[in-house]
Design a protein around this ligand. Structure first.
Ligand code: GYE
Length: 338
């Protein structure tokens, strides 16, 4: 009886169940095959992720962009992190607001790349009261109480300035008329490189500072300032630009005025990004002092130490070198990560 009812146009429980069983079997086989298709790293569950709030200065330079990418790659979900990234667009108030937001969100760690050295005591006290460890990266902070942050990792920018001065003493013939383009005033990157040059000026009476102004580490400002120098008729033979992007601006301005960069004037820069090193090879840039932006893995290793209950070094300085035509090759450039 049941079978008779089971025609084309009737609903049939028996055939329906059979079809369902076949479909289910296909489905289970598919799942089995997918799960056997090689080793797969399961993404960590959201609740297991370590949450890191990173307050970045901005995106003023190639160095900064390489630094952002390094942090984003180090704090990926695959590595077990959720990164909350905030770009402060060169404003300290925005960095302070970002840190307060991180505290409100109850992040596990705060990482701060501070625009300037001063002005952090209040907000870092708030982070400390909330029990959130703060790791300072790249530039230094100047706080009344050094325990307001857990540790710091970055470059010794005073040493970078000293390296540049040593190179000038060894490679240039006085008298020197120096144009000095500074980074943003009050940042430790600016202060260190400026102090290095000022010490050089004191020790070398035949060196003269003929122009000094902040270009905020920005290419367009470097170019504008160089235009200003060229228009003023100031006599100069050395340009000390506190980062690569300002040096790019300088080179563009010089070329527009038929001054040959690297030959008619000596150009000194900091960071040693890929494009700048190519300019060292082509002779348009005479010296580039390295400043390493790849801090992501370093900060992650600090957090891993803290997670294991260890005490990381309070201050970690990255080893850095300098490049000029005597020690740079295509292979070196190709082997570098930035
Ligand atoms: O040299 C410059 C950047 O703080 C070391 O900031 C960093 C400096 C770097 O914008 O290019």
């Amino acid at each position: 009886m049941k079978q008779e009812k089971c025609g084309k146009f009737y609903f049939c429980y028996k055939h329906f169940n059979r079809k369902k069983t076949i479909l289910l079997s296909y489905f289970l086989i598919l799942i089995f095959l997918v799960s056997c298709s090689g080793p797969q790293k399961a993404a960590p569950a959201e609740k297991d992720l370590i949450v890191v709030g990173f307050s970045q200065v901005g995106s003023e330079s190639d160095w900064r962009n390489a630094n952002t990418v390094s942090m984003q790659e180090a704090f990926s979900v695959e590595n077990g992190y959720r990164l909350i990234f905030d770009d402060a667009q060169q404003k300290q108030e925005k960095q302070i607001t970002a840190i307060r937001n991180f505290i409100n969100q109850g992040v596990d760690y705060i990482v701060l790349a501070p625009i300037t050295m001063e002005g952090w005591d209040t907000v870092l006290t708030e982070a400390k009261a909330a029990g959130i460890p703060v790791i300072i990266v790249d530039r230094m902070v100047d706080t009344d109480d050094p325990d307001l942050f857990t540790c710091w990792v970055g470059s010794d920018t005073r040493r970078e300035g000293d390296l540049a001065v040593k190179w000038m003493e060894e490679n240039l013939t006085a008298p020197l008329n120096i144009v000095h383009l500074q980074g943003n005033i009050g940042s430790s990157a600016q202060a260190g490189r400026t102090e290095g040059l000022e010490a050089g000026l004191q020790n070398n009476p035949e060196w003269k500072l003929v122009f000094q102004a902040p270009g905020d580490f920005v290419q367009a400002k470097g170019q504008e300032l160089m235009e200003e120098v060229l228009a003023s008729g100031i006599d100069f033979n050395v340009i000390y630009a506190e980062n690569d992007n300002m040096a790019y601006g300088v080179i563009a301005a010089l070329k527009a005025h038929d001054v040959v960069p690297g030959k008619d004037v000596t150009i000194i820069s900091f960071d040693a990004a890929h494009d700048a090193l190519k300019l060292v090879l082509s002779g348009e840039l005479n010296l580039d002092v390295e400043c390493n932006p790849l801090h992501g893995p370093r900060v992650r290793s600090i957090i891993e130490q803290l997670e294991r209950g260890e005490t990381p070094e309070k201050f970690t300085y990255v080893d850095e070198v300098y490049f000029d035509s005597s020690n740079l090759t295509e292979d070196i450039i190709a082997s570098r990560g930035y």
